[in-house]
Ligand binder design. Structure first.
Ligand code: KIV
Length: 278
């Protein structure tokens, strides 16, 4: 008799409990095959609204819709077993009121089976975070450079180098008090990210922040070298997949033009009885 062993997924409280422990590992994913690759190595997998730029060719995350997020999150859900699945709330889906945020966050949770949502903003979003958390929706916050506000920032600039450091610290404290279970800290001055990590009781997840954050996240296509429109210095390229894929595609085109593909092993000719070529 064979027993099916169900792998237990990590939960938001598991992530919060990792504060000050072994670093929390995270990557984004937008599809089932990539989710299957990252799941064994990650504590949480984020379906980021970076999908708009990385997969759909948008120039910012502002054009990403709730339906796009839900479609990609459903695909990622099918590939994630162990990690906590977190889904970004897209621009315009939560800022208007806590009630608007609840309607859209509950739809994301119900339709995708994710374990938490992420939304951008600090002090200004604290009331909304509290509202969602009180109603059973775990929230990961996102402070520092919040890409949905790229126009207000005047570009993807480093945050917290000057007087804005005090505001970002207030943001960190406010979202912690509101009940967020963790917070992404993006593109902020190293020392500020370290100070925030020391001060607040929930894990900080750095991206372009500090090695002293409680965890790190990268956009998977960035670290694989597949998305090359931007090359921020905070990304370490572990592979040049775009370059390698380009070479493979050129080799295929060459083979087709020379008629060396398909070869005999790729075509269906007469086969001996019982041979099973798929
Ligand atoms: O959208 C995204 O991928 C993100 C991460 C970069 C943190 O928010």
């Amino acid at each position: 008799m064979s027993a099916t062993v169900k792998i237990r997924s990590l939960t938001p409280p598991d992530i919060t409990a990792r504060k000050g422990q072994a670093p929390i590992v995270s990557l984004t994913a937008y599809s089932t095959p990539v989710a299957r690759l990252v799941d064994p190595h990650c504590d949480f997998v984020l379906v980021g609204d970076s999908v708009g730029m990385v997969v759909h060719g948008l120039t910012s995350t502002l054009g990403v819709t709730l339906d796009m997020m839900i479609m990609h999150a459903k695909a990622v859900r099918r590939g994630v077993q162990r990690a906590l699945l977190v889904v970004d709330m897209p621009f315009g889906s939560y800022e208007q009121s806590p009630a608007q945020a609840f309607a859209n966050a509950s739809r994301i949770m119900a339709e995708t089976g994710c374990g938490a949502v992420k939304l951008e903003g600090g002090e200004k979003m604290a009331e909304t975070i509290h509202f969602l958390v009180e109603r059973g929706i775990p929230v990961m916050a996102h402070i520092g450079l919040t890409p949905q506000a790229v126009n207000a920032f005047g570009g993807y600039k480093v945050q917290g180098r000057g007087a804005d450091g005090a505001r970002i610290m207030r943001d960190a404290v406010a979202i912690t008090e509101a009940g967020a279970f963790a917070v992404v800290v993006e593109k902020v001055h190293d020392a500020l990210a370290r100070d925030i990590t020391r001060k607040i009781a929930i894990p900080t997840i750095g991206i372009g922040a500090s090695a002293d954050c409680d965890g790190q996240i990268l956009v998977v296509d960035d670290m694989l070298g597949l998305f090359t429109d931007f090359r921020p210095s905070f990304v370490k390229r572990y592979l040049e997949m775009g370059e390698e894929a380009g070479k493979a595609i050129a080799a295929y085109a060459d083979d087709v033009r020379k008629r060396s593909f398909p070869g005999p092993e790729h075509v269906y000719g007469d086969q001996p009885a019982g041979a099973n070529k798929s």
